[in-house]
Design a protein around this ligand. Structure first.
Ligand SMILES: NC(=O)C1=CN([C@@H]2O[C@H](COP(=O)(O)OP(=O)(O)OC[C@H]3O[C@@H](n4cnc5c(N)ncnc54)[C@H](OP(=O)(O)O)[C@@H]3O)[C@@H](O)[C@H]2O)C=CC1
Ligand SMILES: O=C(CO)COP(=O)(O)O
Length: 331
């Protein structure tokens, strides 16, 4: 099968490297210089320094060349660039090939999930999300992991599972696309909160409380949007939440940890070359919560910190002052 991965950041390059072991795989890099480094030296020094990539992985900076012969298209661009890149690729995408989103974000303004954007721009194409506890560098270094390919049609999901499954990467299927995408996007917001706890040194009990109440918020919003509650206890919900909140490799947790230590958001983001989706997702989650009548106090609080209305320390004070009712209540 001919597979094209659009986006040569840390996750796009990792997934392309795995798929390239069994399929003809092309990765689209925005920068021609990076495409050349992948082709000539089999490295991606900007996003995956120190790793060797498979020699048979081909890179190009030309979106038409990358997509026109693809039989499976995988989009690995962060949510803020997703629509623009897909729109530019659209005229070259062969009819009816499946399109998988790797992005764990929601579109600002429209509040759409990435598979909804795929459906809007490429109607009739099967749209799927690949999501789960998948820190790119661990997977590229050969450590075992599990992930989920989510699409409504389980026949398509099973075909994609076959393409993506590797010895150490266990790929499950799920038909609950809403639940899987909401879990993947919102865990980044909770990881910022968990990182703040770390940076503030408030203790592991507090951190566990924030992670658990964060999962409650994710589940409340996700089920209100049509997701199934069991999904949030699975790999794309609790699994990814744990990996992201616990791992020092997580960019979102890193942002929270720096904010907790008193650094300014602009300085923290300016020093990173990689994306931290939760910074943009917090506001989208708040808007979705308003739409569904849900208070989502952790998402609100993180949004206030991102807007500069609250310091990390004040944010934690504020969360402590929220009245505690029944555990099943949305507060
Ligand atoms: N890294 C990980 O462990 C995982 C990441 N994800 C998700 O995958 C998505 C991609 O993340 P990741 O690869 O880590 O991100 P990185 O920050 O490592 O790389 C981002 C990639 O997207 C490109 N890009 C950024 N903005 C735009 C834009 N506006 N238009 C076109 N291309 C753009 C960058 O190109 P350039 O270099 O030219 O700026 C780069 O190739 C995110 O949604 C993330 O949440 C999911 C699972 C695991
Ligand atoms: O999604 C991820 C792990 O599953 C990566 O998390 P970060 O974007 O916070 O690094």
């Amino acid at each position: 099968m001919k597979v094209t991965v659009v986006g040569a950041g840390s996750w796009g390059t990792t997934v392309a490297s795995l798929v390239a072991k069994r399929h003809d795989t092309t990765v689209w890099a925005r920068e021609p210089g990076l495409a050349q480094q992948i082709n000539d030296m089999h490295v991606n020094p900007l996003y995956l320094a120190g790793f060797s990539l498979p020699e048979r992985l081909v890179a190009t900076a030309d979106l038409k060349t990358a997509t026109e012969t693809a039989q499976l298209l995988i989009i690995a661009v962060p949510s803020h660039g997703f629509r623009d890149v897909l729109r530019r690729a659209c005229p070259h995408v062969p009819p009816w090939i499946p399109v998988i989103s790797l992005s764990k974000g929601l579109e600002q303004g429209t509040l759409l999930r990435m598979t909804e954007i795929i459906r809007e721009l490429l109607p009739g194409h099967p749209a799927a999300a690949l999501t789960g506890p998948n820190l790119a560098k661990e997977i590229l270094s050969g450590k075992a992991a599990a992930t989920v390919v989510a699409t409504e049609d389980l026949t398509v999901a099973t075909a994609l599972q076959e393409v993506l499954h590797r010895g150490l990467l266990r790929v499950y299927v799920n038909h609950d696309v809403i639940g899987c995408e909401i879990g993947g996007a919102l865990k980044n917001v909770v990881a910022i909160a968990a990182g703040m706890a770390e940076g503030l040194g408030v203790g592991d009990n507090t951190r566990a409380a924030v992670i658990t109440r964060g999962l409650a918020e994710i589940t409340q919003l996700g089920t209100a949007m049509g997701g199934e509650s069991t999904t949030f206890a699975g790999l794309t919900g609790m699994g990814d939440l744990l990996a992201t909140c616990m791992s020092p490799q997580s960019r979102n947790r890193h942002v929270g940890e720096r904010l907790g230590r008193g650094h300014r958001l602009d300085d923290v983001l300016g020093a990173m070359c990689s994306v931290a989706e939760g910074v943009r997702t917090a506001g989208v989650a708040v808007e979705l919560g308003d739409r569904h009548g849900l208070p989502l106090p952790i998402c609100h609080t993180i949004q206030h910190v991102i807007d500069g209305k609250l310091s990390a320390r004040d944010a934690y004070e504020g969360l402590r002052n929220i009245p505690a009712g029944h555990e099943a209540d949305p507060w």
